[in-house]
Design a protein around this ligand. Sequence first.
Ligand code: NDP
Length: 322
Amino acid sequence: MHAIRVHEHGGPEVLTLETVDDPSPGPGEAVVRMESIGVNFIDCYFRKGQYKTALPFTPGSEGAGTVAAVGDGVVDVAVGDRVASQNFVGAYAELARARADRLVPLPDGLSARDGAAAMLQGMTAHYLAASTHTLQAGDCCLVHAAAGGVGLLLCQIARRHGAFVIGTVSTDEKAALAREAGANETILYTRQDFVAEVKRITGGAGVQVVYDSVGATTFLKGLDCLAPRGLMALFGQSSGPVSPLDPQLLNQKGSLFLTRPTLAHYVATPADLRWRAGEVLGWVRDGSLRLRIDRDLPLANAADAHRALEARETTGKVLLHA
Ligand code: NDP
């Protein structure tokens, strides 16, 4: 089969298409013929060696397709089932392995393309709005990078909870997309002081939650946007990692809460995974959660996908197709 391989850490150019042996499923595993493959920021961190895995490797964890083979003891899925997952091992390939209990069925009427686009970013937006802090009517939240993959979905789901949503973005075009996704207000954080803007919009009160996927350039100022006892949910670092923090700062800035959540802990059990994925995929199918697929590229062009993501060129999901 064809797969993207990484032999040394580096820029997007280290992603090369090669012919490799087909994977075979171990006990409890399934092999899926990939139709659509999700590209995520975390794939860049592994490519660069910021997150560790042994070399050489095939990147990617998200996608959807049809089960091609199952290993011993698999009862959750059968050959021919249409499935999606954010837990593939080496998703940038024609065939990819996953634990069978990490696969979720694609609902009838939902394409593999939509399934692949919704899993990781959709369930992330879901847990942030529903579980990290359960947003309620009357809450006000700040969503950084609101026109990004997670951002556009988080704006929609936060509004679904009845929250007032302020989104930050880098361009006017992205501001329009964030508003279409439900942001009540947008701030151009490349031109405006977002702390002053949040204070102005909230009449000085601040927000109950900051959802920060940007990290280095936004984190500290984000603490100044929070109402007393507010929550900073730092869930990414698109602009770089955040420096260590003195807990005393949380006291000084209003008895704040800080969490650094990750999806794995919010879909740890098969029941959690099926519930969260079921809601997200169900909303996509009934049209109440709109996906924005920024671009579809052939698997061979994985490097272009990474370049676009890192250059802030994308608004929504980037997919590869095997
Ligand atoms: P996005 O599509 O949101 O892309 C990142 C966005 O961040 C850009 O479009 C850009 O928006 C903004 N940004 C700000 N500064 C920079 C910079 N220096 N370089 C690049 N982008 C920058 O990506 P995703 O939605 O897929 O992921 C967002 C973040 O969330 C990533 O860091 C990812 O790792 C993390 N994540 C974490 C999860 C978790 O469970 N913890 C799960 C999923 C994602 P703009 O131009 O408007 O500033």
